[in-house]
Write a protein that binds this ligand. Structure first.
Ligand code: SF4
Length: 371
């Protein structure tokens, strides 16, 4: 058995840790590229969601490198995500690939079914070895997210342009070569130290932007045209609540503090949207409201073209923008998204946020931002 999985940002790091610990062979899909997208476009129905097309590209590239089992997570919920597993299996079969697909749903319908599936992909590991591996992977997931958050803080403040990305790119090259959770953690801690030592401008008061939207689009840089880097290079501090670590803490690992906070944020949005309508629309609305309370200068929603839950969320955001007096921009991405137009929209939005901040500061006579 050789396992593969879809790319979603840096999710491959904890997944690699998990399978390294279990002693199971994996193929990490090559970094998403134009070729990956082209495979997906050729193989999927035109109106399929963009994440489905890109992940099909991941699978085909991995199968060609020897993978025979695909693991994907959480094929549930009222939107099209609920059919991903079966649809992708059919598409791969039509393409002539006979692979196993193991879907790891959050264990809502009982732990038994969840453990059966975990057992299937854990080689001959004992229950305790499996549990230890999962715990270590959770730790790697948490530390990876902390590192990504540090990148967001440093990039917009760095004195020498490119320092943050240079260190992070070196980290990504190294992480594929190391083996096991401990070596991965060592690599993360070493990179953290390097990032903490880069020269930053502590007097800078960066514009703060909260990212909301469909989870895959927010987290996967190829699909969102590396929005975090683009904004960071403009001196903007990006806040991103949505993460793989957050998903794990909410659905898989019993992190009570984290769950309590998320539930409070969701509850506070109930006047706008008070239930799950698929995807992460509820989170989009709730995080938008929370970012307003946290004093962001602006909010950007990103969604793949045709994403039903996010279209509902999009229709609610103008009301929040008006009531909270905050600029909100929506970006829809698909395979035809042009880089130049995208960059222009981001630059114009950031200019608007600078103007808005100056206006508010002039009116109130106070400095409105913090470092
Ligand atoms: S959340 Fe949106 S993009 Fe994701 S599967 Fe559902 S409809 Fe498609």
């Amino acid at each position: 058995m050789v396992i593969t999985f879809p790319h979603m940002g840096k999710m491959y790091i904890p997944v690699k840790a998990l399978f390294d610990e279990l002693g199971v062979d994996i193929v990490i899909p090559p970094k998403i590229s134009k070729k990956t997208l082209e495979i997906g476009l050729k193989s999927c129905p035109e109106m399929a969601c963009l994440p489905l097309k890109v992940t099909i590209g991941n699978y085909v590239e991995s199968i060609k490198r020897g993978a025979d089992t695909i693991v994907l997570s959480g094929s549930c919920g009222p939107c099209r995500f609920g059919y991903y597993g079966v649809v992708q299996k059919e598409i791969l079969r039509d393409l002539g690939y006979d692979v196993d697909i193991v879907i790891l749903d959050p264990p809502k319908e009982g732990m038994k079914e969840f453990w059966e599936r975990v057992k299937k992909i854990s080689g001959n590991s004992s229950f305790y070895k499996g549990l230890r591996a999962i715990n270590k992977a959770f730790k790697v997931c948490e530390e990876t997210e902390k590192l990504l958050q540090l990148v967001l803080k440093k990039r917009c403040r760095e004195v020498h342009k490119g320092d943050t990305d240079r260190i992070f790119n070196r980290f990504e090259e190294k992480i594929r070569r190391v083996k096991g959770a401990q070596e991965i953690l060592d690599c993360i801690y070493e990179t953290k130290k390097q990032l903490e030592n880069i020269a930053v401008d502590n007097n800078k008061r960066p514009i703060k932007v909260g990212l909301v939207g469909e989870i895959y689009t927010i987290i996967e840089p190829y699909v969102n045209l590396d929005i975090e880097k683009r904004l960071g290079d403009m001196g903007v501090e990006v806040h991103r609540e949505m993460s793989v670590d957050g998903w794990v803490k909410f659905h898989l690992a019993p992190d009570i503090k984290f769950r309590r906070r998320q539930k409070r944020i969701l509850d506070e949005a109930k006047d706008y949207l008070g239930l799950c309508i698929g995807g992460h629309a509820w989170e989009t609305v709730a995080h938008t409201l929370n970012y307003c309370r946290e004093g962001m200068d602006g909010i950007i929603q990103i969604l793949p073209f045709g994403c039903m839950p996010e279209i509902v969320a999009e229709s609610i955001l103008p009301t929040i923008a008006k009531e909270e007096n905050i600029p909100i921009m929506t970006l829809v991405v698909d395979e035809l998204t042009g880089e130049a137009g995208y960059q222009t929209r981001l630059e114009a939005f950031v200019d608007l946020l600078h103007l808005e901040r100056s206006r508010k500061e002039n009116e109130s006579g106070k400095v409105l931002s913090w470092n």
